[in-house]
Write a new protein. Structure first.
Ligand SMILES: Cc1cc2nc3c(=O)[nH]c(=O)nc-3n(C[C@H](O)[C@H](O)[C@H](O)COP(=O)(O)O)c2cc1C
Length: 327
């Protein structure tokens, strides 16, 4: 079982959401949870601007890069890039159902191509020392037998040295549903993921899908090694504030939302000073949910998403927006 990176809790890869600015923000709330990048395709890295997709702030560690692709050679090249940039893990996406991804023959449709997935993982493992992991569903389309995911995981564990499997506990329906619906409509079957852990006790099994509270997390941890949280960690990020204490036995002082904004202001200023095209909108769009439950949250959200205020804004926008929050 992998031991260097703790995956007890992690924040899911989410396209357009878990970019470096979100990850820096999340890291101010939890010191320990593993943070995943958005999915980056091998094409974007090998034929685009690798540095734009890969660079990140040291403070984000532990951080994992998720790759989308199905060509073992390309994935190997990208795994080397991941290691060179200092990522703690590289993850292969076998769960994304979007039609664009299916056209590129990667994502969830790879669950039907287990030998190819094994080749991809081996190619990455051969060239890197960092952990190579997989994120996948429990099946594709309407095939709803447990055997599908058991055989997928079993074959990969047998044919490669991959020992960490992150399982979104629902099927991906490759036709007829949008990616959004594919995160909501196919039913969650947590029992399949628990059973994987029973059948493969030596593997690290991480459960994902529909987790919204610390009580949910506690319950899952009775059955699996770790819990990955996606949407709730984005829409209600301060829910992560208790994680270090509850799940990592680390009782450092928990920052208040207002203290977090102070740190974010310094971060935003640093990014603006670098003059590399980052503007306030790129960063503050991730902060909208921070004040959930506090008086003034609505005004906070309104200010941080007001096109007029954002146009040419500097960090005083954050100072003014936080002024709307009542303690
Ligand atoms: C906006 C958005 C983008 C996503 N992008 C990715 C992605 O790039 N790679 C991936 O493996 N999953 C992606 N997902 C799926 C999440 O990683 C996660 O599996 C899913 O949201 C279920 O977890 P949750 O119920 O905790 O949100 C995305 C989800 C959302 C909401």
């Amino acid at each position: 079982m992998s031991s260097v990176v703790s995956r007890r809790l992690s924040v899911a890869p989410m396209l357009d959401w878990t970019d470096r600015h979100y990850r820096f923000f999340a890291r101010q709330i939890t010191h320990h949870a593993l943070l995943y990048s958005e999915m980056v395709t091998t094409g974007a890295l090998l034929f685009g601007q690798a540095d734009r997709f890969l660079s990140f702030d040291e403070a984000e560690h532990p951080v994992a890069l998720q790759l989308g692709g199905s060509d073992p050679k390309d994935l190997a090249k990208c795994a080397i890039l991941a290691q060179t940039y200092g990522y703690d893990e590289v993850n292969l996406n076998c769960g994304c159902p979007s039609p664009r991804v299916q056209k590129g023959a990667f994502g969830a449709c790879l669950m039907n191509e287990v030998s190819l997935v094994a080749d991809c993982l081996k190619a990455m493992q051969d060239v890197t020392d960092i952990d190579v992991t997989v994120k996948h569903r429990i099946g594709v389309d309407r095939e709803d037998s447990y055997d599908i995911v058991r055989d997928f995981v079993g074959a990969l564990a047998h044919q490669t040295s991959c020992s960490t499997f992150i399982v979104h506990a629902r099927n991906a329906w490759l036709e007829g549903l949008s990616p959004k619906e594919n995160r909501e409509v196919p039913p969650l079957k947590y029992e399949y993921v628990y059973k994987l852990k029973q059948d493969f006790p030596d593997l690290e099994i991480i459960i994902n899908g529909g987790v919204k509270t610390n009580e949910d997390i506690t319950k899952h941890l009775d059955f699996v090694d770790g819990v990955m949280v996606g949407r709730e960690a984005y829409h209600n990020p301060y829910f992560m504030a208790q994680w270090d204490q509850l799940f990592y036995d680390d009782s450092h002082a928990v920052l208040t939302q207002v203290q977090i904004v102070d740190l974010l202001r310094i971060y935003c200023q640093k990014q603006l000073d670098r003059n590399q095209g980052t503007n306030m909108r790129h960063m503050v769009r991730h902060y909208l949910g921070l004040m959930q439950g506090k008086k003034g949250a609505k005004a906070w959200r309104r200010m941080l998403s007001d096109a007029k205020l954002l146009n040419g804004a500097d960090t005083t926008l954050l100072v003014e927006a936080v002024g709307c929050i009542e303690n």
